[in-house]
Ligand binder design. Structure first.
Ligand code: URP
Ligand code: ZN
Length: 459
């Protein structure tokens, strides 16, 4: 079946042009000019922007945190993503039982992800290191196309510097990407112990126990470990601070070309004043915490200068009315994480492009093209070009709307963006040539998403 998207403004990573797009089956067949010589269904998108379908490189669907699970599973989470214009996610797998193999996590995640409605991949997670684990990294690249792993520099299953370096050396050998959650574990543990001892248990103490230096130290250390592994591919997830960005800049200045950085909409648009209010504070319990306005400014500039490569969401929702209440009297007990997968593209379109903070192609690069390049799917996804998957979001810039939980499809009872006035809304999402969202409603089929094998990284 052929489709023509007629009369839109096409936003690619290379710039913006006016013209039609011809879709044949699952792929883009032609772009530009007026396509009048082909018989096909015509979809009139006059006045709209046509962007590549979003690629969210950082979700936690169905995340098991021990005492509860993230409330969006692969079905509800992927429907929400699709409604917000995202057509691919790469999910960070949860830690497994002590001593588990890497393969066992992938097997479990294939089962969890079966109902997904958009295409998906998995980042591996390394929670301890031995020869068998390092060998499995090679096997899973071969067997499953897993080309990225996450390591944590804090939390119970964190790795020591010794083990992070071993993972980075292996990654260098295989051209894999190592993603790291960068916070200095020892310092935040001490600050949390002190907060507990002093009865400082309200959410306003959350950012104080995880200060910006705690992130910046870990970002720099991770980069230096990457240097010691011969400039291995290091990817800093959810960068939140100006100081962390300085650390990355400094490491790059000394000749490391393979440092990659991600931030998230919440760190661009929200700040730590939310923690002064007990309700908003609980809703915004996430690690790292929200920061200062100066940090937001630095992150916007980092996107503009392309020192920050990608925008992920770290989507990890928990119901405020039930799950988050665990931290009501002690913020240290709250499940950490917040929803965001559905609003990433609308927020960046409105607050980035319409408010003239960023060019549209910069947003396309950060939300689509760079995630595809870094995580090994750029031959098919992340841009609008002939031969690529017809993954597309149609944005109507004329629609002004107020974001609110009632409008969203995420399986959770709040959004951190309640009441924000947005300009521009996704009105259609196309995944591999199929219209799966029309006027805000999902019309595709459960389980239609494909697992994506991913290629080693080429910078
Ligand atoms: O608080 C957060 N971000 N929770 C999700 C897991 C993680 O640390 O990325
Ligand atoms: Zn995360």
């Amino acid at each position: 079946m052929k489709k023509i998207l007629r009369g839109g403004t096409i936003a690619t990573s290379q710039g913006v042009l006016k013209g039609d797009i011809l879709i044949e089956g699952e792929r883009i067949a032609r772009i530009g000019g007026e396509i009048a010589d082909v018989e096909s269904e015509v979809i009139d998108v006059t006045g709209n922007y046509i962007l590549p379908g979003g690629i969210d490189p950082h979700t936690h669907f169905d995340l098991d945190v021990g005492f509860t699970r993230a409330s969006d599973n692969f079905l509800t989470g992927s429907i929400a993503a699709a409604c917000g214009g995202t057509t691919t996610i790469i999910d960070h797998m949860a830690f497994g039982p002590k001593g588990c193999t890497l393969r066992s996590r992938v097997d479990e995640y294939h089962k969890l992800a079966g109902p997904a409605v958009i295409d998906y991949g998995f980042h591996g997670v390394v929670q301890y290191v031995d020869d068998k684990i390092l060998q499995e990294m090679g096997e899973l690249l071969e067997d499953e196309g897993i080309q990225s792993y996450k390591v944590y520099l804090t939390y119970d299953d964190m790795l020591s510097d010794h083990d992070v370096l071993a993972v980075l050396q292996k990654a260098k050998e295989l051209n894999l990407v190592v993603c790291a959650h960068c916070e200095n574990d020892g310092s935040l543990k001490l600050l949390k112990e002190q907060a507990l001892a002093q009865g400082h248990l309200s959410t306003k103490y959350h950012p104080l126990t995880r200060p910006s230096a705690c992130e910046a130290e870990a970002v720099y250390r991770f980069c230096m470990l990457g240097a010691m592994a011969g400039d291995a591919n290091v990817y800093v997830v959810h960068l939140t601070t100006e100081r962390g960005l300085y650390a990355i800049r400094e490491a790059r200045r000394h000749g490391q070309f393979n440092i990659l950085a991600e931030t998230c909409p919440q760190y661009l648009l929200l700040d730590d004043s939310l923690y002064n209010d007990p309700e908003n504070g609980l809703k915004a319990m996430m690690c790292p915490p929200l920061r200062k306005k100066a940090d937001q400014q630095a992150l916007w500039q980092g996107l503009e200068s392309e020192e920050i490569d990608t925008i992920g969401t770290d989507h990890c929702p928990f119901f405020f009315s039930t799950q988050k209440q665990r931290g009501k009297d002690n913020f240290l007990l709250a499940p950490n994480g917040a929803p965001g997968v559905e609003l990433r593209i609308p927020l960046l379109f409105s607050e980035g492009f319409m408010k003239k903070r960023l060019e549209l192609e910069t947003i396309v690069k950060a939300c689509c093209t760079r995630p595809a390049e870094i995580f090994g799917i750029a031959s098919r996804k992340g841009d609008i070009a002939v031969g690529m998957d017809a993954d597309i979001v149609v944005m109507d810039p004329e629609v002004k709307w107020t974001a609110g939980v009632d409008q969203l499809h995420e399986n959770v009872d709040y959004t951190l963006y309640e009441g924000i006035e947005l300009e521009g809304k996704p009105v259609m999402t196309i995944s591999r040539g199929e219209v799966i969202v029309k006027n805000g409603e999902f019309i595709g089929k459960e389980g239609r998403g494909n697992y994506l094998r991913r290629e080693p990284f080429q910078n």
